[in-house]
Design a protein around this ligand. Structure first.
Ligand SMILES: Nc1ncnc2c1ncn2[C@@H]1O[C@H](COP(=O)(O)OP(=O)(O)OP(=O)(O)O)[C@@H](O)[C@H]1O
Length: 274
């Protein structure tokens, strides 16, 4: 359980306190341990090789990805930047098994997605990958706690385990006191924090976030990226985050830049942020 008495203050998310809360969650039995570097099998968390995806055919075809290759090490937070239409969403959907490529290879957590059938892809999306979307995608009639618990219900987790995990996650994102509120009763930033907690419910190895700050003001957006970074550090999760907000890139370990479906730059965040 997370410590009690936490308010929902934004400041708490970005400082050491947030990490301490996250630290408390490291004791439960995940499939991997924090700080295992390049992983238990020496695999990167994500390996993408020569990825291609087009929409439509003939002269009207849109070539959204035209041979994209990169790797993401375990525990890394990698930002994917690029203008609208550069292929960021297409890339994240492919890595998360929501869509199939026309060519190339994607390996997640040592598994080649091409080897997975429908059932295997479902399990991947349910158990090993957490998604955070720009629009939060919460269920309006469910409370914050119920929204966070949805993935665990799908996995048929025991109610006691579910309730404990939901409580822990909500306090981790600073929303312990908002557990019973519905999305419409929460601010945009709070809704996105619920979405992050939900994405972590089944202890995914990989977090995919598509413009998670796109609907938030600059200050709230930065707090959200700081929360994501704290989660990555604290829980040993690997994250791939699409954003076109240059102000957030310094919070990533590395930045991949997509331009018209190809990677034009892959740089440490510190040099790419300017
Ligand atoms: N389902 C689709 N059918 C046809 N074209 C599509 C489809 N999805 C994406 N595209 C096109 O593929 C290209 C890449 O789109 P994608 O959504 O991946 O870019 P993006 O970088 O995520 O953009 P944004 O930041 O606006 O979300 C764009 O030209 C887009 O119009």
């Amino acid at each position: 359980m997370g410590p009690g008495g936490r308010g929902g203050s934004r400041a708490a998310l970005s400082g050491g306190a947030g990490l301490r809360i996250l630290g408390a969650s490291l004791t439960y039995g995940g499939r991997f341990t924090v700080g295992d570097g390049d992983g238990r099998d020496g695999h990167p968390m994500v390996r993408v090789e020569g990825l291609r995806r087009s929409y439509g055919s003939g002269p009207a075809a849109v070539h959204a990805l035209r041979g994209v290759s990169f790797e993401v090490a375990r525990g890394e937070l990698v930002a994917v930047k690029g203008r609208s239409g550069s292929g960021k969403t297409t890339l994240l959907n492919l890595v998360g098994g929501l869509d199939a490529p026309d060519g190339g290879r994607i390996t997640v957590d040592g598994t080649d997605l091409a080897d997975l059938g429908e059932e295997g892809l479902l399990e991947l999306r349910r158990d090993r990958v957490g998604f955070v979307f720009q629009t939060f995608a919460l269920v309006p009639i469910l409370t914050a706690a119920e929204n966070v618990g949805v993935p665990m219900r799908l996995r048929r987790a025991a109610p006691a385990e579910r309730e404990e995990r939901v409580r822990l996650l909500l306090s981790m994102v600073g929303l312990a006191e908002h557990a019973e509120q519905r999305p419409a009763e929460l601010s945009g930033g709070q809704q996105q924090r619920v979405a992050i907690a939900r994405a972590l419910a089944n202890r995914p190895a990989l977090l995919l976030a598509d413009e998670p700050t796109g609907q938030l003001d600059a200050e709230t957006g930065r707090a959200m990226m700081e929360l994501l970074r704290a989660v990555v550090r604290g829980e040993g999760v690997t994250a791939l985050v699409a954003t076109h907000d240059a102000a957030l890139l310094d919070l990533a370990d590395r930045v991949l830049e997509l331009h018209d479906g190809v990677i034009v730059e892959s740089a440490p965040a510190v040099t790419a942020a300017g």
